[in-house]
Design a protein around this ligand. Structure first.
Ligand code: SAM
Length: 256
């Protein structure tokens, strides 16, 4: 499990350095990067005007959807983004929960945290904080967050149940989970599943929709909804020829 996490960390450290030097994400093995779509998967879910207002571009997203729209955030709320990367969803959320609210991002990769803090300074956002930590041990108190969002990250965790339990722990009763992620639609061959590159590229760590739903329910959430938004076959989204199919999906749930 630590090997997977270390290979994911190394991959996103490299990506952060490339982005901070003005390079583009992504090659085919990076979440959100694919020859099949122009820009990140789910780029159309973002308002380019809103991103431009922050002085950023869609290049700052390594996601596969827009959980900030999914969650319908309100002023005064506390939001936590699991695996915040370059910080785009945190900075957008900070605007949506203002005045009075706060947006946190958590990420394990120092280079991504540095990039997120640069983007925060460029955007002039004050009610956002990027924390170093792992999703399996979130450095926040129980019942301290109104909404947990995440964009194309939970598939990267070897122990998805542990991540979802942590999300449940930090949410207040009545809190919401709004996640954009990749899921498996048709089984992937074992060679793909066991390749660390494919894991770090949001392919090999995907699980079937029903397994995802079961993990969310198993963490204690209710009102679980999984909506598949776009399916990718071999040759798309970093999938090698002859492999199965994966898809981007929105997952919503509530803490009773
Ligand atoms: C595919 S990128 C997505 C970044 C961001 N959510 C976005 O949409 O642009 C995955 C990010 O999650 C972080 N990450 C992956 N697994 C993690 C874990 N177990 N704990 C903390 N951070 C993790 C990586 O460092 C990376 O920045």
């Amino acid at each position: 499990m630590d090997t997977i996490r270390e290979s994911v960390r190394a991959k996103y450290a490299e990506t952060a350095i490339r982005l901070s030097q003005g390079g583009a994400c992504c090659d085919a093995s990076c979440c959100g990067g694919s020859d099949a779509v122009s820009g990140p998967i789910g780029a159309e879910a973002y308002s380019t005007a809103e991103i431009a207002d922050l002085g950023l571009s869609l290049g700052a997203s390594l996601g596969c959807g827009n959980p900030t729209m999914l969650a319908q955030l309100h002023a005064g709320e506390v939001v936590l983004d699991l695996g915040s990367g370059a910080g785009l969803d945190v900075l957008l959320s900070a605007g949506r929960v203002s005045p009075g609210g706060h947006a946190y991002g958590i990420d394990m990769t120092d280079e991504m945290l540095a990039l997120a803090n640069e983007n925060k300074a460029r955007a002039g956002v004050e009610n956002a904080t990027f924390l170093k930590g792992t999703l399996e041990a979130i450095p926040l108190a129980p019942r301290s967050v109104d909404v947990v969002i995440s964009n194309c990250v939970i598939n990267l965790a070897a122990d998805k149940a542990a991540v979802l339990k942590e999300a449940f722990r930090v949410l207040k009763p009545g809190g919401r989970l709004a996640v954009s992620d990749m899921v498996e639609i048709e089984p992937l061959p074992i060679e793909v599943k066991s390749a660390l590159d494919a894991w770090a590229g949001c392919v090999a760590g995907t699980i079937p929709v029903e397994a995802y739903r079961a993990a969310v329910l198993g963490a204690g959430f209710t009102e679980v909804e999984v909506e598949v938004t776009h399916t990718f076959g071999p040759g798309e989204a970093g999938l090698p020829a002859g492999s199965g199919k994966i898809a981007s999906a929105y997952i919503r749930a509530a803490k009773p």
